[in-house]
Design a protein around this ligand. Structure first.
Ligand code: CMC
Length: 432
């Protein structure tokens, strides 16, 4: 809280509203007592202008393209860390020392298996079930298979058994759901592999056909997961907080976050980008047609992978993922026509006043799908990959919310009612 206040005059009265300043200098008008003092609420559809909490996890400056986890620049973390190191940072607030990281690695191995009875669940999904619905169901069901996970010794902070188990098991669940979807036998986690290599091995190893884990692929996966690990109050993280605010435990809250991530305006965009690029390719690269459709105010079509609620410049994650895309494709000699289409589209959009004037730049989802394709990951698994990456962020926010005892209230927005105010009941025989 600062000493500054904002004045609001309504109905002839002037009210003083406190101003809150962030550690990075952003300011907010605190309206928590507005209704009580003035009788007014605020209206902000889509929460375009509403701060829902105070948080110390991720700093995002959308004007200048800055993204930091716990104060560390995203580019430094992506360059120098492994994913679980960054997960540790998000969860505890500090990078782990060697001993702490080794212990965390051991946890990832110790907890990697899932209860064998959960495997029956996979068997009973229809063959074309979406991996996101499988993931959401499985994560929710952890609550029943591991009830002690929700009665953790220290549920509100740091690395708990529950968080370590969830981080490890979600990777096994994701890989198993893929194997089931293609009808292949499950590949179990191995004790000798690190987090990302283990995931790739569970995805791609087959009986009698050894799978070589390319270090470049592991490194790329590490980077992608780090870049997705948190993004402050996005739709799915806000969902995890909102659901958790009702008092429900960690697993159902995360399961709800998976559902929120699924949508094409959020994490589902990475798969939608590939479908869009494929459509443009199949349509003889008629870029103009799709650009015009996206610009037409009467057409709901959008160029997926462009634009962001907060970034008004190039998404710093997209910049790094674009570099990774080139590195992977060039080093591994992979030719993907979708990369050429993506680059051409980015070039044309960058010259078009419609997109420039609205600050619509490539976002995190624009190039990530091309890297996943190079790894052999099918399009319907892309959003699952996003969920794997975002999990440490979701858990960190859930924990932070619970630790903030002073402000930890059930999330419950208000509304402005615009329906019929009151009318007499009409009996059935009089209804037309
Ligand atoms: N293509 C064409 N026009 C767009 C696009 C786009 N991708 N994105 C925004 N606009 C236009 C929009 O029509 C509006 O124009 P006008 O002012 O003339 O009405 C203006 O730009 C502002 O858009 P908005 O919808 O008010 O912005 P928002 O902050 O509500 O939406 C967004 C943000 C990400 C949902 C939106 O940019 C979008 O739909 N992008 C495509 C989907 C996508 O790539 N989503 C992934 C987001 S990043 C990862 C994540 O969050 O998971």
């Amino acid at each position: 809280m600062t000493n500054q206040t904002a004045q609001l005059t309504v109905d002839g009265h002037t009210y003083e509203l406190p101003i809150v300043e962030s550690t990075a200098g952003e300011k907010a008008i605190d309206i928590r007592n507005l209704l009580h003092e003035t009788g007014y609420i605020t209206l902000d559809s889509g929460y375009m202008n509403t701060g829902s909490c105070e948080s110390g996890i991720t700093y995002l400056d959308g004007q200048n393209g800055i993204l930091r986890y716990r104060g560390y620049d995203i580019a430094d973390l992506a360059e120098n860390c492994v994913f679980i190191e960054v997960a540790y940072l998000l969860l505890t607030g500090e990078l782990p020392n060697e001993k702490e990281l080794n212990k965390f690695r051991e946890d990832m191995i110790r907890y990697a298996l899932i209860h064998e009875d959960m495997i029956h669940f996979f068997d009973h999904f229809p063959p074309n079930a979406s991996p996101m619905s499988i993931l959401s169901t499985m994560v929710g069901s952890l609550h029943d298979f591991y009830p002690e996970m929700d009665l953790d010794e220290d549920p509100y902070g740091g690395i708990t058994t529950a968080t370590a188990r969830l981080l490890s098991k979600i990777r096994t669940i994701a890989a198993f759901s893929y194997k089931k979807s293609i009808g292949h036998p499950l590949v179990y986690p191995r004790a000798d592999l690190n987090y990302c290599s283990n995931f790739l091995n569970m995805m791609f190893e087959r009986p009698n056909i050894p799978y070589t884990i390319e270090p470049l692929m592991t490194a790329a996966l590490n980077k992608l997961l780090i870049l997705h690990a948190d993004h402050e109050q996005n739709c799915s993280t806000s969902t995890v907080r909102l659901v958790g605010s009702s008092g429900v435990k960690l697993y159902p809250s995360i399961s709800a976050g998976v559902g929120a991530l699924w949508g094409p305006l959020h994490g589902g965009a990475n798969a939608a980008v590939i479908r869009m690029l494929e459509t443009i390719y199949a349509d003889e690269m008629n870029f103009d047609k799709y650009i015009q459709m996206a610009k037409d105010p009467n057409n709901p079509y959008r160029l997926t992978g462009f634009g962001h609620r907060v970034y008004k410049t190039y998404d710093p994650r997209a910049k790094i993922i674009k570099e990774v895309t080139h590195e992977i494709l060039e080093t591994m000699n992979i030719e993907d026509p979708l990369l050429d289409i993506a680059q051409e589209l980015e070039y044309r959009v960058g010259k078009d006043d419609y997109f420039v004037s609205r600050n619509l730049y490539p976002n995190v989802d624009f190039y990530s799908g091309i890297v996943y394709r190079a790894m052999g990951i099918p399009t319907n698994m892309f959003t699952v990959m996003f969920a794997l990456g975002r999990l440490p962020g979701w858990i960190s926010h859930w924990q932070e919310m619970h630790m903030d005892k002073e402000n930890n209230r059930i999330g419950r927005p208000r509304q402005i009612y615009q329906g019929v105010v009151k009318r007499p009941f009409v009996p059935m025989e009089e209804r037309r």
